[in-house]
Design a protein around this ligand. Structure first.
Ligand SMILES: Nc1ncnc2c1ncn2[C@@H]1O[C@H](COP(=O)(O)OP(=O)(O)O)[C@@H](O)[C@H]1O
Ligand SMILES: [Mg+2]
Length: 409
């Protein structure tokens, strides 16, 4: 197909895992669904899975009844080649961690905690994400789908998805600590109540083995030939800031953000004077997005005259977004920047178009580093470690600008 940057990806490269993230309400679920519809229409076996506890795939596809009710958390065939799934977390957690979950919630209740709260807290951090990851792993292993699109929770929470290994350590420590803190008198009591005290080694080993197994999925998520993150944003200041932060985190974790969708742009036909100022503001923000998120590809889509719900609307939105591009293409594989700590020297390396070093301007703007070179301007959201440090140019080599950060004092 002419104009297609990666025609080979259309069918050649599979499987693909596409993670859709972004601030709340910007159109993640809608974009994940329309990407799924577009892939399925091209003959790719596609799954759109909700990784957000606030499931809304059923709404997006215009189902009158909730997927969980009609299909109990299993994949649901909504069109040719297209399955959608909203995982039933409580059921899955009970199935995978039944004993551990039961012991933990009983222990929390026995410490005087409100029952509902105890049940809630017994879901350890990471469990919901793990359930979804186990499904992804299964689908990849069994080659069930060519494309798996993940509709993620708002940015902050979807970070948990990719930071599992550290979460795991933390969870295990929490479990061990709880065990130590149970006064010896509570142990026989628990036994009378029929609860295996936590610390039952077999149980913990089971827990640990699930997590070990997850490491291989982590490799899949970090493999740029398989997984990409797509960020959805709207042309608004606060949204852009949060999206930049997400971009930085995904980059820190070594994941590939290949595309940013700018959603809800005021269309020409709606611009009858009333939206004049908004149209101007949006144009400015669109320029900013195009430059700040390089080298990720930016695609745009207008605000439709009504909510985008149901297969037909989702497909027409996908046509507007992807045009001739294959929806499963890998739009960019280049990391936008790298943060390094070499013997205590904090370095930021940014890929820049060819520039003259003399013309590089650097300044801090709160949590951002602003890099300006002629017309080119890039906002880089800085990790905490780099805040309160002063940037200075170290060198510019092979298209990479290295910036060294020194203590402000
Ligand atoms: N381009 C668009 N035009 C019109 N409505 C849209 C568009 N994109 C999303 N919407 C609507 O905005 C609302 C929020 O979208 P949703 O995908 O649920 O956001 P998120 O998943 O990020 O919270 C939904 O009602 C959806 O139909
Ligand atoms: Mg959503």
């Amino acid at each position: 197909m002419s104009g297609d940057p990666h025609p080979i990806d259309e069918r050649g490269r599979s499987p693909r895992v596409i993670l859709v993230s972004g601030k709340g309400g910007v159109g993640k679920t809608t974009f994940a669904s329309s990407t799924g519809v577009a892939c399925a229409r091209r003959g790719l076996r596609t799954m759109v899975m909700s990784v957000d506890i606030a499931h809304s795939l059923s709404d997006s596809f215009g189902l009158t009844e909730h997927l969980l009710n009609i299909h109990g958390g299993r994949p649901y065939r909504i069109a040719d080649n297209l399955d959608i799934q909203e995982v039933d977390l409580q059921a899955e957690i009970k199935q995978h961690w039944g004993d551990l979950y039961g012991s933990l919630s009983t222990l929390l209740k026995s410490s005087g905690m409100n029952n509902v709260l105890a049940e809630e807290l017994a879901i350890l951090p990471g469990m919901p994400e793990v359930v979804c990851l186990l499904y992804i792993s299964k689908y990849l292993r069994e080659n069930t789908y060519d494309v798996i699109v993940l509709d993620c929770a708002p940015t902050g929470e979807s970070m948990r998805f990719i930071s599992l290994p550290s979460t795991i350590e933390w969870s295990l420590q929490k479990v061990y600590k709880l065990k130590e803190n149970v006064p010896s008198i509570a142990q026989p009591l628990l036994r009378i109540m029929g609860v295996t005290p936590i610390g039952d080694l077999e149980e913990l080993e089971k827990f640990r083995s699930i997590y070990t197994h997850l490491n291989s999925i982590r490799e899949t998520l970090l493999d740029t030939a398989i997984t990409s993150v797509r960020l959805v944003c709207t042309p608004e200041k606060m949204v852009i800031n949060e999206t930049l932060r997400a971009y930085m985190y995904f980059c820190l974790y070594g994941m590939n953000v290949d595309m940013v969708l700018i959603n809800k742009i005021v269309p020409d036909e709606a611009n009858n004077g009333y939206f004049d100022q908004m149209v101007k503001d949006q144009a400015g923000y669109i320029d900013e997005i195009n430059s700040h998120f390089q080298p990720a590809k930016t695609l745009q889509v207008r605000s439709f005259s009504r909510e985008v719900i149901g297969l037909k609307s989702l497909e027409s939105m996908a046509c507007d977004i992807f045009g001739n591009h294959a929806p499963n293409a890998i739009f960019s594989e280049e990391p936008p920047y790298q943060f390094e700590d070499i013997n205590g020297d904090k370095l930021l390396r940014i890929k820049l178009p060819s520039v003259n070093k003399e013309h590089i301007e650097l300044f801090n703007d709160r949590e951002y580093l602003v890099v300006r070179v002629g017309n080119f301007k890039r906002h880089v959201c800085l990790p905490r470690m780099f805040l309160n440090m002063k940037p200075c140019v170290a060198n510019f080599n092979d298209g990479w600008l290295s910036i060294r950060f020194a203590d402000a004092g």
